[in-house]
Design a binder for this molecule. Structure first.
Ligand code: ATP
Length: 236
């Protein structure tokens, strides 16, 4: 069962879902979740750290540590909750499987999968991606350094070169200001949410820690303390 800081809400209120490796969780992740919460009026954003992600080489640190860091980072936000099911499962982490599980638990409640722009650019390579958009809405937020800008797409420009992705956007995007209609159905719409770009990456943080350099102000101090106490990401 997910552990939740959030107060109980009516079942039709949309549930934000934010998956990732979080290796480690940083302020770019936290701002993305907070922007989506605020811009979409989400009563809850459920963070789901991946166990064994199929799309990339394995995370640097064990899933129990990544889960503990997400718990530490989100503990002070009453709208954030943490779902440990992927970490506790031996099966590979597929977003579609997680969404099928949540759909079973949540009935017709709107589900909103949160993605950074880089993740969205690779979306049509995800396992059963067409089923994902039948199970959840997608909200795509700014990530600097990638050839895709949600602010431009929200204004009707800057479509991606990938024809399938462009078709997905054309067919399903909500008009700017229309995100309230995410509440009217359980799944199937796309919304593009500009946010102040934060060029923070977990890869860069791991590199800095590997060289014993400072990571202050890139991630919450509670996470920095956890990394130090558990001697994670140390020079090899
Ligand atoms: P790396 O930084 O090494 O590329 P990552 O942080 O992108 O790793 P994940 O932890 O799996 O890897 O990312 C989870 C989600 O957070 C993805 O949807 C990703 O697009 C988004 N994300 C990560 N960093 C940022 C950022 N700085 N700004 C906006 N979105 C981000």
């Amino acid at each position: 069962m997910p552990t939740s800081n959030a107060a109980p809400v009516a079942p039709f209120q949309p549930l934000g879902i934010f998956g990732g490796t979080f290796d480690p969780v940083h302020l770019g992740h936290l701002r993305l979740a907070e922007e989506a919460r605020e811009q979409l009026g989400l009563p809850e954003v459920r963070w789901i750290p991946a166990g064994q992600p199929p799309h990339r080489t394995g995370p640097r640190v064990a899933s129990r540590h990544r889960l503990a860091m997400v718990r530490a980072a989100t503990a002070d936000n009453p709208a954030f909750s943490v779902d440990s099911a992927e970490v506790e499962s031996d099966a590979p982490s597929y977003t579609v499987t997680t969404l099928e599980r949540l759909r079973g638990l949540e009935g017709a409640r709107p589900l909103v999968l949160l993605l950074g722009a880089d993740a969205f650019l690779g979306f049509t390579r995800w396992h059963r991606w067409r089923d994902i958009v039948e199970l959840a809405h997608l909200a795509v937020l700014t990530r600097p350094g990638f050839q895709f800008d949600p602010a431009k797409v929200a204004a009707g420009e800057g479509m991606p070169a990938d024809a399938e992705l462009a078709e997905l956007i054309e067919g399903r995007r909500l008009a700017p200001g229309g995100s309230a209609s995410l509440r009217e159905g359980p799944a199937g719409s796309l919304v593009f949410l500009p946010m102040a770009p934060l060029a923070i990456s977990a890869t860069d943080i791991r590199a800095r820690l590997g060289e014993a350099r400072s990571v202050r102000y890139l991630l919450p101090s509670s996470v920095i303390d956890y990394i130090a106490a558990n001697r994670l990401y140390r020079p090899e």
